[in-house]
Design a protein around this ligand. Sequence first.
Ligand SMILES: Cc1cc2nc3c(=O)[nH]c(=O)nc-3n(C[C@H](O)[C@H](O)[C@H](O)COP(=O)(O)O)c2cc1C
Length: 320
Amino acid sequence: MQLPDLDRDADPWTLAGSALAPEAGPRARIELALHTALTAPSPGNCQPWRWFAGGELIELYRDPARTSGDADPDGQAAALACGAALGALRVALRALGLAEQTALLPGGHPDLLARVAVGGRASPLPEEQWLYQAAPKRRTYRGVMAQGPLSRALSKRLGAMVDGTGAELHVVEDMARKQAIAAAVEAAIAGEPTARAAARAAAGEPGVSFEGPDGAEARGPAIADGAPAFVIVTTAGDDPAEWLRAGQALMRVLLRARVDHAWGSFLHLPLTESAGRKHLASLIGATGRAQALARLGGGADSPPTPRRPLSEVLLAQRPS
Ligand SMILES: Cc1cc2nc3c(=O)[nH]c(=O)nc-3n(C[C@H](O)[C@H](O)[C@H](O)COP(=O)(O)O)c2cc1C
């Protein structure tokens, strides 16, 4: 792709994961990585991020105007989504040959979530290129998934994705544990306060679980039956830095899954509050907190959910 094609008003899905001419400089590479970051998932597709890029420094800011205090009282889901966008950005920078160093919550502004310092050239590994190229193909897949266990090789590859992120990945395939998770999801759906359900609907979240074989949203034991596997990202603690770590890990897992033709869909309701995050971790024998829960399995391609273009989320100057 030639440099003039890098239009900030372009649909991020059309640019994400694409190649640049070898002579492209760092600025074009950084912008292409930013387009790729915009394809990250977020609750109700709220895209709660803003970016600032000056020289070879990239900063990620939360966008308080796009978060819902009723649906997401701790801001955990919004931070997780911002972490996913940060994860996609870092994958893209490396795939585009740029080395980077990232500091989480560097301070100086209450909404500043991460500062990425780009410095020098890096030789990307083939796997980093695959993850990057998978970004425009990743979707949340809420249809009926092909049944059957994940291959052992895929489980192992997914586990490797969280190495060095500070988060852990748990792949759950045995029916007893899947049923326990489904029961926690069902309890969260059934017990959701009315105001929260309204806020979630107003935020545009199209699903609570996913579609069962009868076309209705899966509830109760059908949640376990419809999930070939659950993947759960856990962290030791439960604070914004941990949410950002978990989001990055989640994004890498979803991209690696897509490389291997597996799709994910989220079941986030039981994780809305700290007690639920602790409970879900205990159900799978983990000590920390569950930060993300998704089912994973074979799906099918579908058109992407629209994203805001880079021109809307790239700040001309740092927020005051
Ligand atoms: C933290 C988080 C929570 C989410 N919660 C749910 C959920 O409970 N149910 C659901 O169907 N999708 C959920 N999603 C998926 C979003 O709806 C989806 O990412 C968004 O609509 C954009 O679609 P895409 O992922 O296909 O690009 C969640 C995503 C994130 C990052």
